[in-house]
Design a protein around this ligand. Sequence first.
Ligand code: GTP
Ligand code: MG
Length: 350
Amino acid sequence: MIYLGWIVRLMAAKTKSNKQKEEEAPDTEVITMEEQLEPEATIEDLPGVGPATAEKLREAGFDELLALAVMSPGDLAEQAELGEAVAGKIIQAAKKMANIGGFVSGSALLERRREVQKLSSMVQSIDDLLAGGFETQSLVEVYGEFGSGKTQIGHQLAVNCTMPVDQGGFDGDVFYIDTEDTFRPERITQMARGHGLDPEAVLERIHVARAYNSAHQMLLAEEIKRMSRGINVKMIIVDSLTSHFRAEFVGRGMLANRQQKLNRHLKDLKQLADVNNALVLVTNQVMSKPDAMWGDPTKPIGGHVLAHASTFRLYLRKAKGGRRIARLVDSPNLPDGECVYQVCEEGLRD
Ligand code: GTP
Ligand code: MG
């Protein structure tokens, strides 16, 4: 139901007529210091934004100044059905009012970092590796060979995300973009029972959409903004991030195009993480690296674009006796390391 609902709403949103397109005379009002310091500025406070434009912006999912400030004029014009010049002015004004147009002090950053929440995997060894859990405002890439357990981690964290904050969850909803048709509500049910949760209630908070190709996948990520009104979005999962891109853009000649699209997609995802103080989890396959003389002859696909976009990278491997090994490969503030866990019927366990 949720699945269909999302797709239907998406189609309705996209086929909306362009008739509403209405240029509004841009207002060249100067933003005063008081306005900049106004604590609760909303999009209606933007100079040149009348009720009609505000309505369009909200309809396109732009509820906050920050969400506007990080857009490009072309994208905003397209998504909110505005003229590009108007969009440019709105973005400039939002940048000033959201006060993100320049450098901030280390202490201000620390303040923002204080809002970061950690989602527990409910597996002690994994939480230890991540110094407490999976952080909001970050993009976590989980990569490994087929059957290494990437999708299992996605399912488990989706369940955990709905749990109360005092139990290590986010008490939030999950948007799950499924590109390989491997999302299984039955698996969610098992894992929910494993934590003593009501499976129905958990499934109700996981919004799933199947992405049929890379363009559809990108569109779904863009639409989360619009679809999530009134929903406490705390996690976005893309399983798998790269499979469609890999299948569709084949050969050297397509590489630049692929990486450019992937980059754009990752930016949209990172923006969702920042604006919602949410966690983004993406999965990725590995390709064999036959020229590797030492070490593991596999590496994640996606190249530098993905390597730079991920805040944390976890490399999963199968080990003897049904055990799994997760290796933290890349982290801005934690040491690299490994942990061991198991995939059981009730979910991930120590
Ligand atoms: P690809 O998407 O094919 O690249 O693989 P993946 O990394 O997503 O693997 P996935 O997460 O689907 O892991 C599949 C593995 O999880 C299976 O081979 C099983 O070992 C394990 N698994 C899945 N469900 C269960 C379950 O109900 N019980 C147990 N014990 N193990 C399970
Ligand atoms: Mg999978």
